[in-house]
Design a protein around this ligand. Structure first.
Ligand SMILES: Nc1nc2c(ncn2[C@@H]2O[C@H](COP(=O)(O)OP(=O)(O)OP(=O)(O)O)[C@@H](O)[C@H]2O)c(=O)[nH]1
Ligand SMILES: [Mg+2]
Ligand SMILES: [Zn+2]
Length: 364
């Protein structure tokens, strides 16, 4: 491998462009730019100019708990005289797809970094749930990436356009694209999101065909595909780790394992964005703190009565709000418990000091 190559000839690293180059140039020395493709416990598969290498992170990063995720652009120390190559820094993330966790506390997990578009994949039938889609939209929107809904397995259903319309009537302003990954039909409509330097992450329940779609777009069978399975709804997970793969034209695709559960903890703005119509009506309620239950002059209830706002959608909105406030409460209770415990420890300590002092006749 050529050493210390930090110029724009790093085109072999998918997604690399002038923006990353400008961030990278300040690392002068025996460094290589790279991009994390897969995380395997403590080793990272990193795409560098000449191929993919498997390396650890530096001790300094470990002690600061700075762990790269798939999609991160990283700085690799590449000293020809030393045997070990390692990741020594993560370039600042442009976007981060996250799930779970409250506030800044533990439990928040970055699924992928530096993603431009999130393909939210679903299929006709039992997986197709508006509330599930809305949840995926929430995590996508708070990431800074653009969400696109993909209705896969269009070959299995005769009324696919009706299904698309049904989703469109509930979810506004998001592209909804029917495809058949297995039959490779409708895939051209995904081209606008797959250009060179662009990164797409594919998310969705297990078995909806994320890996099949990945292989179809890459044009090679790189990802393992699940068997036809019993429709018990439990889902075996064929893909177990996230993989970043290069598309033929230079774009990047991240295949992910099915998410078992999406815990919602997102900024209120993304809820507002997803339910912008409801929030818009709410601004017209007579009372600014209207709960839309039974207050007079409630514009939200009026909109439902007038048939311009779908009641189910309103119910889902409330459910998500409730969940978010529950998560927040849990986090706050956790903090209170922590404070109580600390207080108990301190008072126990001061009691011991007092006892000790008394035993010594009042002397410290
Ligand atoms: N009929 C039909 N079947 C498909 C299509 N796409 C995928 N499948 C089938 O759906 C099953 C699951 O496909 P996968 O690609 O493994 O699904 P996945 O979303 O990657 O699943 P996990 O890796 O477990 O998250 C396989 O049996 C595929 O052959 C499609 O467009 N049409
Ligand atoms: Mg898969
Ligand atoms: Zn109201």
């Amino acid at each position: 491998m050529s050493s210390n190559n930090s110029n724009s000839s790093s085109a072999a690293i998918s997604g690399w462009n002038q923006y990353w180059h400008d961030l990278f140039v300040k690392f002068e020395g025996p460094y290589l730019p790279g991009r994390v493709c897969t995380v395997q416990k403590t080793r990272y598969e990193v795409m560098v100019q000449d191929g993919i290498i498997s390396i650890p992170v530096s001790g300094a990063m470990k002690s600061k708990k700075m762990f790269p995720v798939v999609g991160d652009f990283v700085v690799v120390l590449n000293q020809p005289e030393s045997v070990t190559r390692m990741i020594v820094a993560i370039l600042p993330r442009k976007t981060a797809l996250e799930r779970g966790g409250a506030g800044d506390s533990a439990g928040k997990q970055v699924l992928a970094a530096n993603v431009d578009t999130v393909f939210i994949v679903t299929e006709p039938g039992s997986d197709l749930s508006i509330s599930r889609l809305e949840r995926y939209l929430l995590i996508s929107r708070s990431s800074g990436a653009l969400p696109v809904i993909i209705l896969n397995k269009s070959d299995t259903c005769s009324d696919i356009t009706d299904q698309v319309e049904a989703i469109r009537s509930e979810i506004k302003g998001i592209p909804i694209i029917p495809v058949s990954a297995a039959e490779k039909s409708g895939l051209d409509n995904l081209n606008p999101y797959l250009g060179p330097e662009k990164t797409v992450v594919i998310i969705g329940s297990s078995g909806v065909g994320k890996s099949t779609l990945t292989n179809a777009l890459i044009g090679e069978k790189l990802q393992e595909i699940g068997d036809i399975r019993d429709d018990d709804g439990r889902g075996r997970h064929t893909t177990t780790v996230r993989h970043l793969l290069s598309l033929p034209d230079g774009g990047s695709l991240i295949d992910t394992p099915g998410l078992r559960e999406i815990r919602i903890w997102t900024a209120e703005e993304s809820i507002a964005e997803t339910f912008d119509d409801i929030q818009e009506y709410a601004t017209q309620c007579r009372f600014s703190d209207c709960t839309h239950n039974d207050e007079p002059g409630c514009a939200v209830r009026q909109a439902i009565e007038d048939g311009v706002l779908n009641q189910d959608r309103f119910i889902r909105y409330r459910k998500i709000l409730k969940e978010v406030s529950f998560e927040r409460e849990k986090a706050e209770i956790g903090l209170k418990r922590f404070e109580k415990k600390k207080f108990r420890e301190i008072s126990k300590l001061s009691k011991e000091i007092t006892l000790d002092r008394n035993a010594r006749g009042g002397r410290l």
